[in-house]
Design a protein around this ligand. Structure first.
Ligand code: UAG
Ligand code: ATP
Ligand code: API
Length: 539
């Protein structure tokens, strides 16, 4: 394809050569084959793609895209080397943005062929995206998926590293979806993705904001909470309709000056902050556009919830929904699904059918029962998530609520304190273990967690009895211990890994299958496992 075509929506100037050259592909990692391709120099958290430009010129790339403000001496060297090989060098304001626009052109703007739904927020993105895919599929709209649990191209699941992959990959996957007959694509849009321009130039038909809490602040993530809020908000400048959690205290700040049409969702009794907050900063007790009410916990082969919803354009009636996931927080996840699906013309019965199967891999997923107790796997890996899921499970009145968790290394250390607090106040017994220590010593992470627990014990002496937690650094042994503890009426939650199939240590991902280990233990004690708990989505 002509470089000129790829640069159609990019503002640039030429450093040398010309743009009427044919390029085979777009490459942004010098470790790949660059011959006859255009190489885009991206600045990352560890490396700077510009440092590899001379090397890719040597290896016969056809063109290089560099960013304004790069080192002048290096720029001169690149110009000289490229001239000698009669190559093209183009300078742009932001190479991440250029990669996004060029990838859209390279893959033929696949988003134009589908309805695109972007989901952002601190928690609930995968759940909302997964439930929405289930509902749309059932409603006769074949739907692709991009998110933490992988990519569904319309034909197969592909494992991915990022929640929202690099723009080139996003466009590639969207192309595959369109070619495989998908008519919609649901995708999680992380704040890092917005900041790194991984969805540059895309237009979303719907943007969903689930909720906001303090997370993802630290090296390699966001510099501050304000920065996090700012980047989350950018989605609502590139979508037609924003469907947002009206009860979230940070939503007004995230949505400040946004350009899309807005609808809110929320639960009866929770105060609505929008849209009044835009006007005068006051909380307005109005009904939500999409309102859930009359919440009723149910246990149907696992935790679930029944509730009513109003807000449908074709009827004033409240409609009854059963969601096979527990807790008010999951009602908050179901409401934008109902909103988007009904805007897209899906009937109430198909919406009901999609939500009744629930079943997002590793999201409050019932693994089995043993000795009269239940074992659940969940992806809670910060304080907000752990508190939400434990509080939801508490509502089923377990005779004892047992929680096993660890905290990821190389991630915000605040999570250790927050998760310890959530566990301390919301569970009866804790098993502290390892969860992707990455480059940190697992003992140190565990110590950070137990220091907080011991401190809480001192400050709240009546809250817990001595011995309310046990440290088992090896996660497999911890799971074995957790299952061996189950007594009638207990609920055991294995938190943090969810769908993950590895344990990451020292730069390596070692295979680790929490579901399989748990299932083996359940069988060992004569319990029974739930069917189909290894599928990505229960569709
Ligand atoms: C901190 C961060 O966001 N890193 C992302 C980034 O990688 P990086 O910054 O480490 O890249 P780098 O190694 O510094 O390299 C910079 C550039 O030089 C190039 N390079 C590098 C070395 C070389 O020899 N040759 C070469 O050309 C690289 O290809 C790259 O283009 O760009 C990569 C490609 O897009 C991402 O996979 C990677 O995500 C890492 C895995 C990551 O953990 N990111 C987290 C923070 C993240 O983005 N998380 C969010 C969701 C979180 C959530 O909601 O829970 C996500 O969307 O995944
Ligand atoms: N709406 C919600 N509010 C609070 N906690 C939630 C909510 N939805 C899910 N959770 C908790 O967060 C965990 C992760 O949920 P999910 O994967 O849907 O969110 P996410 O936004 O995709 O997360 P991440 O960004 O960490 O990948 C769940 O396993 C559950 O414990
Ligand atoms: N997207 C999240 C996943 C964390 C999952 C948990 N198992 C951990 O490693 O902390 C992150 O990268 O922070």
């Amino acid at each position: 394809m002509l470089l000129q075509w790829l640069l159609k929506n990019v503002i640039y100037y030429l450093i040398c050569g010309n743009v009427s050259v044919d390029v085979q592909d777009i490459i942004y990692d010098s470790r790949q084959d660059v011959r006859d391709c255009v190489f885009v120099c991206l600045k990352g958290s560890r490396a700077d793609g510009h440092d590899y430009a001379l090397e890719v010129i040597e290896r016969w790339a056809r063109a290089i895209i560099v960013e304004e403000g790069m080192d002048k001496a290096l720029k001169e060297k690149i110009r000289a080397a490229a001239r000698e090989k009669k190559m093209t060098v183009v300078c742009v304001k932001n190479t991440g943005e250029a990669l996004g626009e060029m990838s859209r052109a390279f893959f033929g703007y696949p988003e134009k062929k589908m309805t695109i739904i972007g989901i952002t927020g601190t928690k609930g993105k995968t759940t909302v995206a997964g439930l929405l895919k289930n509902v749309l599929d059932r409603g006769g709209i074949p739907t692709g998926f991009i998110g933490t649990i992988g990519v569904f191209t319309g034909k197969e699941w592909i494992a991915t590293r990022n929640t929202t992959p690099e723009s080139y990959l996003v466009q590639k996957y969207l192309r595959m979806m369109a070619d495989h007959g998908c008519r919609a694509a649901v995708m999680e849009v992380s704040s890092q993705a917005l900041m790194c321009r991984r969805v540059q130039g895309m237009w979303f038909d719907y943007g969903v904001l689930t909720n906001i809490s303090r997370d993802h602040i630290g090296p390699g993530e966001h510099s501050s909470f304000e920065d996090y809020l700012y980047w989350k908000g950018r989605l609502f400048f590139q979508c037609a309709t924003g469907i947002v959690n009206g009860a979230d205290r940070w939503a007004p700040q995230v949505l400040k000056n946004c350009s899309c049409r807005l609808e809110t969702f929320g639960v009866t009794g929770d105060s609505c902050l929008l849209p009044s907050a835009f006007l005068n900063g006051k909380t307005l007790s109005k009904v939500f556009d999409w309102e859930g009410g009359d919440l009723d916990l149910q246990w149907r082969c696992g935790p679930g919830i029944r509730f009513t919803v109003s807000g449908f354009k074709d009827s004033e009636e409240q409609r009854d929904i059963f969601l096979k996931m527990p807790g008010k927080y999951n009602v908050y996840n179901a409401l934008p699904v109902i909103a988007v699906a009904s805007h897209m013309g899906i009937g109430i019965n198909q919406i009901r059918a999609g939500l009744a199967v629930g079943g997002i891999c590793g999201r409050c997923e019932m693994v089995g029962t043993v000795n009269g107790g239940a074992l659940i796997i969940d992806y809670a890996h910060n304080g907000q998530a752990l508190r939400s899921v434990l509080e939801a499970l508490r509502q089923y009145h377990p005779s004892r609520l047992i929680c096993m968790f660890g905290c990821g290394g190389n991630r915000s250390p605040l999570r250790r304190k927050d998760m310890a607090e959530a566990g301390f106040f919301s569970a009866d017994y804790l098993i502290i273990t390892s969860d992707n220590p990455r480059d940190e010593p697992p003992e140190q992470i565990i110590k950070d967690i137990t220091d907080t627990l011991l401190d809480l014990c001192r400050r709240f002496p009546n809250e817990k009895k001595a011995g309310f937690f046990k440290v088992i650094p090896d996660r497999k042994t911890a799971i074995q211990w957790a299952v061996s503890c189950i007594k009638p009426g207990n609920i055991v939650l294995l938190a943090g890994k969810g769908h993950e199939m590895y344990q990451e240590r020292g730069g390596c991902r070692f295979p680790f299958d929490e579901h399989a280990i748990a299932a083996m233990e359940i069988e060992k004690y004569g319990g029974s496992c739930c069917q189909g708990n290894l599928s990505m989505l229960n569709s």
